[in-house]
Every structure is written in C-alpha cells, then in structure tokens.
Design a protein around this ligand. Sequence first.
Ligand code: ZN
Length: 198
Amino acid sequence: MLKTQETQEAKEISDDDDDETNDDTDDEGDVHDSTDDVITLNVGGVRHETRIQTLRKYTRKTTRLSEVADIAEKTGKKEFYFDRHPDFFPYILNFYRLGKLHLPMNLCGNITKDELKYWMIDDKDIEQCCWVHYIKYEETHEMLEMFDRDEKHNRLATKRIKADASRFERIRPKLWRFLQDPYSSRGATVSKQLQLVY
Ligand SMILES: [Zn+2]
C-alpha cells in the first residue's frame, strides 16, 4: 500500500522535476539528465531511489541522510547501504519527501526510538496523529522502568533481610550458649561489663 503511494509520489515528484528540467533545457539550450542527482539507499536489503535535493529538505539540523547527501555530492557515490530496519525506513524517507513524520503502528516503540536516533531525527517532529501512539509507548516505557527500579529496590531490601537473618543464624548458637550458661568465660566478661555500666 505504502509502496504504491510512494511510487505514485515519486512519479509525481519526478514529473515535476522533469518539467523543471525541460524548462532549464530550453533556457540554457543544454541537455540535462534528470536522474543526475538520483541516488539509491539500500536499507536492510530494500532499495529506495531518491534525489540528493530531497535529503536536504530537513534543514533544522544535520542528519544521517543530510550527511549522505554531502558525501554523494562530493564523491559522486550513487549507492549507500544501511543495515537498518527496512520496514521503518519508508517513514523516514517520506518525512524528507513530504515534511511529515508518521510512524508505523505495527512496530514496537523501542524500534521507533532506535531508528529515529540512528537517522538523527527528532521525535518532536512526529505528527500529532502518531504522537499519541508514541507517547503511549513512552509512558509505558517509563512505567516499566519504574517497576524495574522498585523491583531492584525490593530485591536489595530482601537481600539485606536475608543477610541479617543469616548473621543471626550464625550468632544464634553463641547467644543460646550464653543464655544457657551466663557464667561461661565470655558470658562472665559481658556480665562484668554490664555491671560496670550500671
Ligand atoms: Zn500519523
């Protein structure tokens, strides 16, 4: 579905550009190849074609793809491979094409977070319609972290209680001996000290 849309959009963009190119050709009387700045982005085995210009559309900051555009322009390199999630990338590329960042609803929020980080896109750019889905993940994530912290805290407390219990287990025979025979050598010393105190 998305691929069909993308193809259609790509076609429209391509058609627009062709018109511009034709205008340029008329003005300059020169022949331009309209696919000159087309590069291939292979993401996890799925190939996407786009223009260097498209990768420059997100201008707020440097991103992974704006860096790719720089390299492609400087070196003339035409194909780039990224070992990243192939199902997420169309949403990234769509963001460059249309300026709107939507998210796949079928992917875990963790993947979204990792992918946005990798492509260096701010989660603040997520469109409102998808933001609810994303924020729900964020809240769940925070809640899970809180549970995790609580569990660690509980584990630590249990460990401390167990340590105290085993310490008591160790001293119990001595304590028992002392109570049985308060006049043993050690017991006598303790009794003497207690007498001195009071
Ligand atoms: Zn959306």
